[in-house]
Design a protein around this ligand. Structure first.
Ligand SMILES: Nc1nc2c(ncn2[C@@H]2O[C@H](COP(=O)(O)OP(=O)(O)OP(=O)(O)O)[C@@H](O)[C@H]2O)c(=O)[nH]1
Ligand SMILES: [Mg+2]
Length: 554
């Protein structure tokens, strides 16, 4: 470019467009001539008041738009900037143009097609559309539509914004809920994706999120940086704007890099399954132990992400994903996070020592411990309450229990030698879930380790669950990861009241176990019988072997 051309381009900054106009014919001519002289695209970004904010010179095919974050006008609003640029071959709007329109949330995009002698030919334009029944994302206006230069731009853009807001408000919320769109990008089978999404929805609802929409993608290839390609991200962003959602929740666990890229690209808040679970835990932890464990898990999750400190992270600090005991601390730097982790670990150790003493005391009394474990929402707390006449919170949501509770239970024994009252200590535990986040397992390890001292595990299973087998497997896998699979265990199928007796019986036979309903006390006799058999038959043998001679084989 010659210096004189550069000067003429720079002089564009001094121009103003009357606020009611999209552009003036004179400006369109000027852009066209300059552009055809230098054989490159020229673009201007125009503010609502008609000022030219940024002038860009591209190449023959396109223009790179600089970072516009300082022009942000609220996450779900239009940016307040329109792009007017030239197309050297007179070509219509391209896919990239439309991607820019959406990803940058431009007020409007205009392309001036040059004709042979460098004067403005057809004018192409498009704008985003508010929520609409046809689910269209944008409107492409007819080329050179006569309304183009005549409409009152200010009035028009105001009414477009109003329409957007109307659409965003059309999803009613109960109280201070957050709205979110759930996304899965995966190459797994349709069936397993669906199952996983159903659980993600339950998790989201459990954490108090209102799920506005779900998006499932099973692409040919997974993009390593952002999981989905630019086109799909663009569609997603438009959907978010139309529905007034600034939070997206991925069913897949994202790497720190992916999370940062997606969030930078879309300017949306992005969280993944692990974070969602951590958030639920943060909301529910009540005891000191629980709070420390959750904060520890959050900090461990955060640590590798601190290196990628971008917008993504500062956006993490409010609302979902940034809630809980660690909330105020999420912005401290890595060193301080590490210090805090050490401190919390020490604190946990101290608490666990104290519990150890309690356990030792109990062990001395010789009362056996029975722990109820199982997938979240299986009915563990309901059963615990029934057995121990307690009143712990029971809810139809995932992870309602986070703190273990322990109570003595007088056991209605009916031994062959005559009726004797026996006692056991019963423990209610935090539920398991498929792919339990590693940081969470790590943080809750002391709690789980206590289970090692159980004399018996009751593996409680919701017999009415559609995904029974997967849930059994998930629990048993976690047990083995926690080195708990060696313990005596009984499978107990709960919620049998929801099935007909034949079905229930078939399941019990197939998987081996007894069926009960924690809502029907009279159904528990089978459970008692199973506990008796496992506990006292076994214990009697132990005592004999230990007490008499270790080499007696029975
Ligand atoms: N129909 C039926 N519902 C049950 C039964 N047992 C529990 N529920 C219901 O299942 C839901 C979950 O019960 P909880 O006892 O909170 O389950 P949990 O296993 O402790 O769940 P987390 O603590 O979240 O892991 C509640 O809505 C209970 O009312 C049962 O035997 N039959
Ligand atoms: Mg519970």
């Amino acid at each position: 470019m010659k210096p004189s051309q550069v000067k003429r381009i720079e002089r564009l900054y001094r121009r103003r467009i009357p606020p009611q106009k999209i552009a003036t014919p004179e400006l369109l001519r000027l852009l066209s001539h300059l552009s055809s002289e230098i054989r490159r695209q020229i673009g201007i970004l125009v503010g609502r008041r008609g000022s030219i904010e940024i002038v860009m010179v591209g190449d023959q095919k396109g223009i790179t738009i600089p970072d516009l974050s300082r022009y942000r006008s609220g996450l779900l609003r239009l940016r307040g900037l329109r792009l007017i640029h030239t197309h050297l071959q007179g070509e219509p709007l391209t896919e990239e143009d439309l991607a820019d329109l959406a990803l940058l949330r431009l007020d409007m995009i205009v392309a001036i097609g040059l004709d042979g002698d460098g004067s403005p030919g057809p004018i192409y334009s498009a704008h985003l559309l508010p929520d609409n029944p046809e689910e269209k994302m944008w409107e492409i206006l007819p080329p050179s539509s006569p309304m183009f230069l005549d409409i009152d731009f200010l009035k028009w853009i105001q009414s477009l914004e109003d329409e957007f807001q109307k659409g965003q408000r059309s999803v009613p919320l109960r109280g201070p809920q957050e709205k979110a769109i759930l996304i899965s990008v995966s190459r797994e089978s349709r069936d397993s994706v669906e199952r996983s999404m159903e659980e993600l929805r339950e998790l989201a609802e459990s954490s108090g999120v209102f799920v506005v929409d779900t998006v499932v993608q099973r692409p040919q290839k997974i993009y390593p940086a952002t999981l989905m390609g630019e086109g799909k991200l663009r569609d997603l962003l438009v959907k978010c704007m139309q529905l007034g959602v600034d939070l997206i929740i991925f069913d897949q666990n994202l790497t720190p890099g992916q999370m940062a890229s997606i969030s930078d690209f879309t300017e949306l808040r992005v969280i993944d399954r692990t974070q969602l679970i951590l958030d639920i835990f943060a909301q529910r932890a009540h005891t000191l132990d629980g709070k420390i464990q959750v904060e520890l898990a959050q900090l461990k999750y955060l640590l590798p992400r601190l290196a990628k400190k971008t917008l993504a992270l500062s956006r993490l600090t409010g609302g979902i994903g940034g809630r809980g005991p660690g909330e105020t601390k999420l912005e401290i730097d890595r060193r301080r996070v590490r210090d805090r982790i050490h401190l919390l670990e020490r604190e946990l150790k101290r608490l666990s020592m104290r519990r150890e003493q309690g356990r030792a005391r109990r062990a001395k009394t010789g009362i056996p411990t029975v722990s109820i474990i199982g997938y979240t929402n299986a009915g563990k707390t309901t059963l615990f309450n029934l057995l121990t006449r307690s009143q712990f919170q029971v809810e139809d949501r995932l992870f309602s229990t986070l703190d273990t509770a322990t109570r003595r239970l007088r056991f209605p024994a009916s031994s062959p030698i005559g009726s004797r009252i026996r006692e056991v200590v019963i423990t209610d535990t935090v539920g398991f879930i498929r792919d339990l986040p590693e940081d969470l397992i790590g943080a809750f390890r002391p709690t789980f380790e206590e289970l090692q001292e159980s004399d018996l595990l009751i593996h409680l299973i919701d017999i009415s669950s559609r995904f029974l087998e997967e849930k059994i497997e998930a629990v048993e896998r976690t047990l083995s990861e926690l080195k708990l699979s060696g313990l005596p265990t009984v499978r107990v199928f709960n919620k049998v009241d929801k099935l007909n007796p034949e079905e229930a019986e078939a399941i019990c036979r197939k998987y081996g176990g007894v069926a009960i309903s924690a809502l029907q006390p009279e159904s528990l006799h089978k459970l008692f019988a199973a506990i008796e058999k496992k506990l006292w038959n076994g214990m009697a043998r132990d005592r004999l072997t230990n007490g008499v001679s270790s080499d007696i084989s029975l």
